[in-house]
Write a protein that binds this ligand. Structure first.
Ligand code: NAP
Ligand code: GCO
Length: 266
């Protein structure tokens, strides 16, 4: 029987006080997982804990910056002692800076790559040894459309997410022999705080031009909701995907398949 259950599993989702991480955590909780999450500020962790409680989920929240090897080492040690062995890691925490490349400082570029690429490396390196001890595990990296394509002003983000796609494939290659499956989810354009600036109505009340652009590029003619990612995440976290490894599952409403809405009457 195909088993999508996560009962008895501990899932650590990074940066999951809200947004995509929060929706994925709720989906995994619904499949039976125990939810652990981190964020960089206690106030956000507290806010997240309240939101999980409101959703009927007794989550475990910790303050930890994914770019700090020390903080991540402490996080994994504490979670393992206080909650249990980490069976599922979702590298969700990430930022974006929308700046034309030639206006971007090296420090800004490094910051985006540090969080979006080095963070998943540090987190994965911290959990893999115990996953091997435990006989296997699941790592899910939240990639992006920008793992496959670029656009103006997101050079650092695209470089990081392209790297995250290849880190996903390399973890799959190096640790598949220990029954660790590492896959990615590539969300399309999702309505979260991160994309709010691209969707806000114009002062005259008209649609944001980027909102119109994305709808014309999406066969479903809508932005994704964070909840659209929960099912794919549960699948990749469950034993139903034990022979899926090194795969990036795009959850984009068809953007990558579509040239874009053609002019009416053609
Ligand atoms: P979001 O709303 O901005 O949430 C990002 C989360 O990551 C926040 O909780 C943030 O905490 C946390 N975070 C940032 N830096 C961190 C660090 N150094 N250590 C720990 N946590 C940190 O973003 P989202 O839209 O939910 O996106 C989540 C992931 O999906 C990101 O990796 C993003 O690149 C990816 N993604 C998003 C979309 C989309 O359309 N929204 C599409 C494809 C991929 P703070 O609030 O404290 O900063
Ligand atoms: C942007 C958006 C995108 C989305 C996502 C698309 O500025 O283009 O923020 O990068 O966040 O990554 O998959």
């Amino acid at each position: 029987m195909v088993d999508f259950s996560l009962k008895g599993k501990v899932a650590l989702i990074t940066g999951a006080s809200y947004g995509i991480g929060f929706a994925i955590a709720k989906g995994m909780a619904g499949a039976g997982a125990t939810i652990v999450f981190n964020d960089i500020k206690q106030e956000l962790v507290d806010k997240g804990l309240a939101a999980y409680r409101e959703a009927g989920i007794e989550a475990h929240g910790y303050v930890a910056d994914v770019t700090s090897e020390e903080a991540v080492g402490e996080l994994v040690k504490r979670v393992t002692e206080e909650v249990g062995h980490i069976n599922i890691l979702v590298n969700n925490a990430g930022i974006i800076m929308r700046i034309p490349m030639c206006d971007m400082t090296a420090a800004q570029f490094r910051k985006v790559v540090d969080i979006d690429l080095n963070g998943p490396f540090i987190m994965s390196k911290a959990v893999i040894p115990d996953m091997i001890e435990q006989g296997g595990g699941k790592i899910i990296n939240i990639c992006s459309m920008m793992s496959e394509m670029g656009r103006e002003t997101v050079s650092a983000y695209a470089a990081a997410k392209g790297g995250l796609k290849m880190l996903t494939k390399n973890i799959a290659s190096e640790y598949g022999q220990y029954n660790i499956q590492c896959n990615g989810i590539g969300p399309g354009y999702i309505a979260t705080p991160q994309t709010a600036p691209l969707r806000e109505p114009q002062p005259d009340g008209s649609m944001h031009p980027f909102d119109q652009f994305i709808r014309a590029k999406t066969p479903a003619n809508r932005w994704g909701e964070a909840e659209d990612l929960a099912g794919p995440a549960v699948f990749l976290a469950s034993s139903a995907s034990d022979f899926v490894n090194g795969h990036i599952l795009y959850v984009d409403g068809g953007i990558l398949a579509y040239i874009g809405r053609q002019p009416a009457g053609e």
